[in-house]
Design a protein around this ligand. Structure first.
Ligand SMILES: NC(=O)c1ccc[n+]([C@@H]2O[C@H](COP(=O)([O-])OP(=O)(O)OC[C@H]3O[C@@H](n4cnc5c(N)ncnc54)[C@H](OP(=O)(O)O)[C@@H]3O)[C@@H](O)[C@H]2O)c1
Length: 327
């Protein structure tokens, strides 16, 4: 967080419509969805920031301001929702926090930093209230995965998790979406467009480390193979779990049917998940290759629950926490 000192946190946020929200990265794939969802959730006092390239442009009726350290650190915003790249977040988030705001950051900059909560409200929402200015929003595959794993772990104890992802191009931002739009179907291919360390892509190690942190299972064996598919919106994940105690497919289905933000769908797909809030889960069956194993298939909207919606739910958690403290 650097050496910036922090202004006192104002007595904030009694109501969504008075909370002053700053959306940084408001012109991007996640930012534009964030703006639409803020309207749906009743947040009216919103300002939009992006790079100097976009300053003065109109987005969803708002005029974009340049996200300078001075503009973000002025102390006139309660909650910032950041969806810029990791290096821009590292540069700008500390200024927002020094101005007295809470920053919910969707990049990878702070997710694994000790002391910074990494939050999926349905899984570890209470951690959000332990923040000292920054709350990290997890990776777009980690969020739906943990929503599904949590009720199964609480019931039967996870022993091992294996995942194969099928991730849409919107997960790589607005430019990648434009590239897919302009590509002919003959050019469509699977891609692995993440940083490679010689063995794993950083997307795969993030999925492991973030899942362990959110579930508070630091030793959980978890192995992932991540792949980008030529789909515009919606990430899918094939998941194999092993549990300590017996867990039948029927009981898993019952647990997941009652889990928050999870919906049973026999055959989940990105197309079915795009544009909705819930994480879809189906294909729940025994994995006969291990003693106590299940196979499942997940699909969710990476721009909504995988990013924008999760961050807004975190802001709403802070609001209800502030209201409870004031009561
Ligand atoms: N896409 C997803 O499904 C997803 C899911 C979870 C997390 N995330 C994370 O969310 C972040 C944004 O992703 P995205 O997909 O929305 O990317 P994107 O479509 O490329 O948008 C990037 C946004 O960041 C702004 N920006 C870039 N550099 C900036 C700077 N120096 N100062 C201020 N604003 C700057 C851009 O503004 P201009 O338009 O002015 O360039 C744009 O608004 C990334 O960290 C990504 O890892 C994305």
């Amino acid at each position: 967080m650097g050496t910036l000192s922090r202004k006192p946190v104002p007595t904030l946020w009694q109501m969504a419509n008075t909370t002053r929200i700053g959306v940084v990265g408001g012109t991007g794939a996640v930012g534009t969805v964030t703006l639409a969802l803020l309207r749906e959730h009743g947040f009216e006092n919103v300002r939009v920031f992006a790079s100097a390239r976009s300053a003065g442009k109109q987005v969803a009726g708002w005029t974009v301001e340049e996200a300078t350290p001075e503009a973000l650190g002025r102390g006139d915003i309660d909650v910032f929702l950041f969806s810029v790249g990791t290096s821009a977040s590292r540069e700008l988030v500390p200024h927002a926090v020094a101005g007295g705001a809470v920053a919910v950051d969707k990049s990878a900059a702070y997710r694994l930093e000790p002391g910074i909560p990494l939050v999926v409200p349905e899984v570890n929402g209470a951690r959000a209230l332990e923040n000292t200015g920054i709350i990290a929003n997890p990776n777009c595959c980690t969020i739906p995965l943990t929503c599904v794993l949590k009720p199964l772990h609480d019931e039967a104890g996870l022993v091992r998790v294996r995942v194969a992802t099928y991730q849409s191009v919107s997960g790589a931002g607005a430019q990648s979406m434009e590239r897919l739009r302009n590509e002919s179907s003959d050019e469509h291919d699977l891609r692995m467009d993440w940083d490679f360390d010689g063995e794993e892509f950083d997307e795969e190690s993030k999925l492991r480390a973030e899942t362990r942190k959110i579930m508070e299972l630091p030793e959980l064996p978890i192995q992932a193979t991540c792949v980008r598919v030529p789909v515009m919106v919606g990430h899918a994940e094939a998941v194999w779990i092993e549990t300590e105690n017996e867990l039948t497919p029927e009981r898993a289905r019952e647990l997941l049917a009652g889990a928050p933000s999870v919906r049973i769908e026999e055959f989940p797909s990105p197309g079915k998940a795009a544009g909705i809030d819930d994480v879809l889960v189906g294909r729940i069956r025994r994995d006969p290759t291990v003693d106590q194993g299940l196979a499942l298939f997940i699909a969710s909207d990476n721009l909504r629950k995988g990013a924008a919606l999760n961050a807004i739910q975190i802001a709403e958690l802070l609001l209800s926490g502030a209201r409870a403290a004031a009561a």
